[in-house]
Write a protein that binds this ligand. Sequence first.
Ligand code: AMP
Length: 510
Amino acid sequence: MNQATVLAQVARSFANRPALSLGTDSLFDYAGFAERVARLAGGLRALGLQDGDRVALVMKNCPAFWETLYAVWHAGLAAVPVNAKLHPKEHAFILQNSGSRACLATPDLAADLATIDDDVPALEHLIATDGLEYAALGDGKPIPIVETRATDLAWLFYTSGTTGRPKGAMLSHRNLNSMVMNYFGDVDTILPGDSMIHAAPMSHGSGLYGLPHVAKAANTVVPRSGGFDVAETLELIERWPGATFFFAPTMVTRLITAPNIDKADLSNLKTIVYGGAPMYLEDVKRALALLGPKLVQIYGQGEAPMTITGLPKHVFTATDHPRYEARIGSTGFPRTDVEVRVVDDQGNQVPVGVPGEVICRGDVVMEGYWNNADATNSSLRDGWLWTGDVGAFDTEGFLTLKDRSKDVIISGGTNIYPREVEEVLLRHPAVLEAAVIGRPHADWGEEVVAFVRPHPGQAVGPEELDSLCLDNIARFKRPKAYLLVDDLPKNNYGKILKTELRKLAVPAAD
Ligand code: AMP
């Protein structure tokens, strides 16, 4: 099932329901939104794009993202939603790697992208969403939905890998449909007239969970700020009924610690789905006390959107359960249609309570990585996705994540891959070795710290290293501290021991 077909059907049955809103203003009802999508699809095909061609969406949260996402599917094309916060060089890599023939970008980002055209030979159309060319796409002749197969690429989800380069997880129409159906089965109910407010990036989890909301004729609301501003979020909750959000844990914490939150009118708030990083038990309890039983937790990854295990609302309301705290401190139990195992290196299931790698199987698991057979073969084995997460099941079948086998740093709910930062630091001629790790941080979960070993007799300062990072990677990935060392701890194979570095980097106790 193509989500464009889902939209077309919903638009027939719920034509007058609000479909897309900007801030407190309604832009389209479902009939109008479906018509707009069909025209944009016609405009995209008129560019000469063919079945399966990739179209990159490099946009901050905005209505254009939502209408073009559905138009791409309507036109039988594949979407490549890209995190707007990445560095232009990272955008260029994704455009080049995905072989996107067209890129639709918000004006600020389009201007940056225009300067890197040479690096991306496949790119024929770079279209800014405020320009005449975009307006012309919307004036296209509406076309019928182009037939797609269940296994056709729908969403190329760029995640980073252990190699430090982003990898494109190929999500098919079947994968997205499985995620949509699973929302209704395990996460929450949605009624026409409810709303999904996108305060988190639509290129990732928030956008993915926007799909089940369209499928049930809910209103897609894009904040005017294009992101998460607490005052605006509260205003939008007052405006729109049945409001659902997808939040990284740090966003939940920012909301509940906002001044005057106890006086805010939260009666329209229906659900906050949180995930993407661990949330501390104390924060969960504070959120429940303040917001009421509106939380749902999910654990998943781009390779199996959005859910592998989760905690639905009824677990949070069962406060008299003897294992209540253990339950709400875990990442929950497997989704109905996803098989989950915890295994050793050989793939054998380990006993309850013993940590091992989390693997899963089901229709939600990606088709593989785009143009990357090696990565696909190591992540997908006999139909099972090896998540790279280490966890353990308890006697009740609730999963607790222990560690991340890939050393990923999660700061503010966003993954940062150390290798990528290390590679940039190693470009400095005075740097002999670099190792990047995450150090616990009260607000962000973790912050990036770099250990740098200069060549003997050479010197390098933090300012130089910082400007090197600023020139090459997104701001949020750059280290918050540079620790210069004479040597790095290594094991017998010469591999740097990051576990030792983490101990060294722990901030001194007060
Ligand atoms: P991404 O592909 O960017 O969504 O990142 C997925 C990774 O985030 C997972 O492999 C986990 O390491 C981590 N993660 C996702 N959800 C949770 C959760 N609920 N609790 C702890 N870690 C999580």
